[in-house]
Write a protein that binds this ligand. Structure first.
Ligand code: AMP
Length: 218
């Protein structure tokens, strides 16, 4: 299974990638996590990436394509992969094509999770992440832990630095300018499956499973 998941910030790409990864035993690559872990190293490159992330901009294509290319070359992606948050620009999609061609592979499907802009803003301004296990909660949802601690490991939940309204709106703008053109790119190649999500995780997942079955991917 070789999948790409595209969608705006807060569309739920990571959640769906994690669910698919668990069910089918396929590793996912989350470029946002990859960059956040480089940022944490505190090296020169990490500081530069931290600046880009906090401004809601995209990491340059050459750096991103190289990082994903190196990762995809690892043996653990032999059985397949789920790309969560990559590609995000047309040059990145071309870069991915070149990487896959060099290893004699192609993509099976590109899942596009479409969410209304204001819903994305609402979701992201409420998003809280467990720094220990990565579980995601939302302050706007019923059942949000009153003590602000992760239900799984008890650690205090934190908001991401780039989940403030100003940066969220910049990320949304970047999404519309740079990532939305990928829909046509992949639609022209017969690879695009779009799902308009109202934010119900199980419904989105069921739709994706339906698309994978319809195409004989599972
Ligand atoms: P995410 O966790 O997917 O919201 O990504 C967080 C940030 O990481 C984005 O706002 C970008 O700054 C950066 N990033 C993630 N994926 C990419 C990508 N494919 N290309 C460039 N920058 C990216």
């Amino acid at each position: 299974m070789r999948l790409v998941i595209i969608g705006g910030p807060g569309a739920g790409k990571g959640t769906q990638a994690a669910m698919l990864s668990r069910e089918f035993g396929i590793k996912s690559i989350t470029t946002g996590d990859m960059f956040r872990s480089i940022q944490k190293r505190g090296c020169e490159e990490g500081m530069e990436i931290g600046r880009i992330l906090s401004e809601g901009k995209l990491v340059p294509d050459d750096i991103t394509i190289k990082a994903v290319g190196n990762e995809l070359g690892l043996a653990k992606y032999g059985p397949g992969f789920i790309l969560d948050g990559f590609p995000r620009t047309v040059p990145q999609a071309d870069g991915l094509d070149a990487i896959l061609a060099s290893i004699g592979r192609g993509l099976d499907l590109v899942i596009d999770i479409e969410v209304d802009d204001e819903d994305m803003v609402r979701r992201l301004t409420g998003r809280m992440v467990c720094p220990e296990c990565g579980l995601i909660f939302n302050r706007h949802n019923e059942g949000y832990p009153g003590d602000g601690a992760c239900g799984a490991c008890g650690v205090g939940l934190e908001a991401r630095d780039d989940d403030n309204e100003e940066t969220i709106r910049r990320r949304l703008k970047t999404y519309h300018t740079s990532t939305v053109p990928l829909k046509e790119y992949y639609s022209d190649r017969g690879l695009l499956h779009t799902y308009v999500s109202e934010g119900i995780i199980e419904r989105t997942y069921a739709n994706i499973i339906g698309a994978l079955k319809a195409r004989g991917i599972i």
